[in-house]
Design a protein around this ligand. Structure first.
Ligand code: NAD
Length: 511
């Protein structure tokens, strides 16, 4: 029955979206004249988008952003109340167009429509509102010195910001990067991932409708090697906020050094979910399952490593597998789907390769492990949710980010071993700790080297929670009131009160 409904979905007609570039307040066709086809992850036979190759338009986009910043277009840089109004209005428009944005996001990413509708789009709107509320509260400090002179510290926007985003949460991550930058008074050029550029392009339209002056927000689509790289190297860009793979982040940091631009990096994760024997196992099993498979497991925050106490290991694995078994794999726009298709054939192949490596390492795949090819599944990038037990720390599956619906399980015998295993990868993005002993949970949370630790929950990431990594998971933090500081320069203004004698150092020179 479920399969039949899916076939009906796939046979429906969808419009092909044309995704152009957006520069200086206008939608433009690319100078190259070229577009690449984007295929539906749930049905690779169907084209859903034509994506502009903006590789020759980066200069124009950066110039537009530079002009808007340097000339204070429409009062953007100086008028913080304008910025607050625009960001609030954009959030409102996003909510009004929730269905459209949710469908677009799901269609391109392959994530379930329930996720996009109940999480991605509302979260993006919340982020915009949060920073809208900060735009008129960017306060400096001032002090009258012992000499009677005044030192004022004023905060000024850093300039033009490049925002480079990945394909797994295109709208939320873009908003997380650009909302604080815009609230600070910066102007932006964003480069969405080539597979999922639609929401950034549509967002540019609503931001303009909300009143953003020309040049404040620009979108250039195209590949990382051309568009992304030109943005990072440009002398006219003052800061880069990048979210993506650790290897790309490393390269970006090197390139950005050329012009010493500020860099914020949100990179990969291989996050442990630690379940102690005294945890509420029912709640933990549901959250661990959610943590591993939400967004098809294609998430830097995925709780992809289950670490479980040996005394409850067997029971807990059964509880998780029982939940995994109930997950429905299906088309991303179907309300009933729990696990959608992976974003691309390439991504599916990469995940299957990891599962193949698990088999060659002799690991025990207790559930799933295969691509789904029966009936309509053959048309898309569908795979079974997969559970692999007794994964040792030396295993590639324990160490590397798989970025798909694969959960590995490793047992521990005591608190120290749990912490050691949790910290035994190059990554340090997030972790979950499950225990009814609050003292223990806090102790463990403190010792885990990760930017975010959830206790008795997983994946809850409101804008109030800082987001970013320890170790090779990144540099800097997005979210919270502090993120706005990335986009601000602190300028000291020293004012002599002209009352007392000349300052002593003048005498050193003038006698
Ligand atoms: P990616 O690094 O391949 O690409 C990310 C973005 O960078 C894309 O827009 C891409 O076109 C661009 N890019 C690629 N090469 C570039 C270059 N040389 N110069 C400039 N830009 C370049 O990552 P992806 O495959 O899109 O996303 C998956 C990765 O992102 C995973 O590793 C995941 O963990 C990570 N991620 C991290 C977070 C986080 O919050 N820490 C969130 C989501 C995704």
């Amino acid at each position: 029955m479920f399969k039949e409904e899916h076939k009906a979905y796939l046979d429906q007609k969808h419009d092909v979206m044309k995704i152009n570039i957006f520069i200086d307040g206008e939608e433009l066709t690319p100078s190259t004249g070229n577009y690449s086809e984007r295929r539906d992850p749930g049905d690779e036979d169907r084209v859903i988008g034509l994506v502009a190759d903006g590789s020759k338009d980066v200069g124009a986009a950066v110039d537009a952003a530079r002009r808007a910043f340097d000339r204070d277009a429409g009062g953007w840089v100086s008028d913080y109340r304008l910025r607050a109004r625009v960001l609030y209005k954009a959030a409102e428009l996003l909510r009004q167009n929730l269905d459209f944005f949710a469908e677009t996001e799901s269609l391109f990413v392959g994530k379930t429509i329930r996720t996009s509708r109940s999480s991605d789009v509302p979260r993006a709107a919340e982020i915009l509102e949060f920073y809208a509320g900060l735009a008129d509260k960017i306060l400096g400090t001032s002090q009258i010195l012992r000499t009677g002179d005044l030192v004022a510290v004023v905060k000024q926007p850093v300039g033009v910001v490049a925002a480079i985003t990945p394909w797994n949460f295109p709208l939320v991550i873009m908003c997380r990067q650009v909302a604080p930058a815009l609230a600070a008074g910066c102007t932006v050029v964003t480069k969405p991932a080539s597979l999922t550029p639609a929401s950034a392009f549509e967002f540019a339209k609503i931001l303009t409708k909300a009143g953003a002056p020309k040049g404040v927000f620009n979108v250039v689509t195209g590949s990382g090697e051309t568009v992304g790289s030109s943005l990072v190297k440009s002398d006219k860009v003052d800061a880069v906020n990048f979210t993506g793979e650790t290897s790309t982040g490393r390269w970006i940091m090197e390139q950005a050094a050329g012009s010493l631009k500020r860099v914020i990096l949100e990179l990969g994760g291989k996050n442990p979910n630690i379940v102690f024997e005294d945890a509420d196992l029912e709640r933990a099993a549901t959250a661990v399952t959610y943590g591993a498979y939400a967004n098809n497991g294609e998430s830097c925050a995925a709780g992809s490593r289950l670490l479980v106490h040996s005394n409850v290991k067997q029971k807990f694995i059964e509880m998780v597998v029982e939940r995994v078994r109930r997950m429905r794999v299906g088309y991303q726009l179907d309300e009933k789907t729990d696990l959608g298709p992976l974003v691309s054939r390439k991504q599916l192949e990469s995940v299957l390769e990891y599962v193949g490596a698990a088999a060659s390492e002799g690991l025990n795949i207790v559930y799933g492990g295969n691509r789904l090819t029966e009936s309509f599944y053959a048309r898309g990038n569908y795979m079974q949710p997969t559970v692999i037990v007794d994964t040792p720390r030396e295993s590639k599956l324990f160490q590397e980010e798989i970025f798909g619906p694969v959960l590995t399980v490793t047992e521990f015998r005591d608190e120290d071993e749990a912490v050691e295993l949790a910290n035994a990868t190059l990554y340090g993005l997030a972790a979950g700790v499950w225990s009814n002993d609050v003292g223990k949970a806090v102790r463990v949370a403190e010792k885990i080297k990760a930017g975010a630790v959830w206790v008795n929950t997983y994946y809850t990431l409101p804008v109030e929670m800082p987001w970013g990594g320890f170790k090779q998971s990144g540099l800097g933090r997005n979210n919270t009131v502090h993120a706005i500081e990335h986009y601000l320069e602190h300028k000291g203004i020293y004012v002599d009160n002209q009352q007392g004698p000349m300052r002593p150092y003048y005498r050193l020179v003038l006698g």
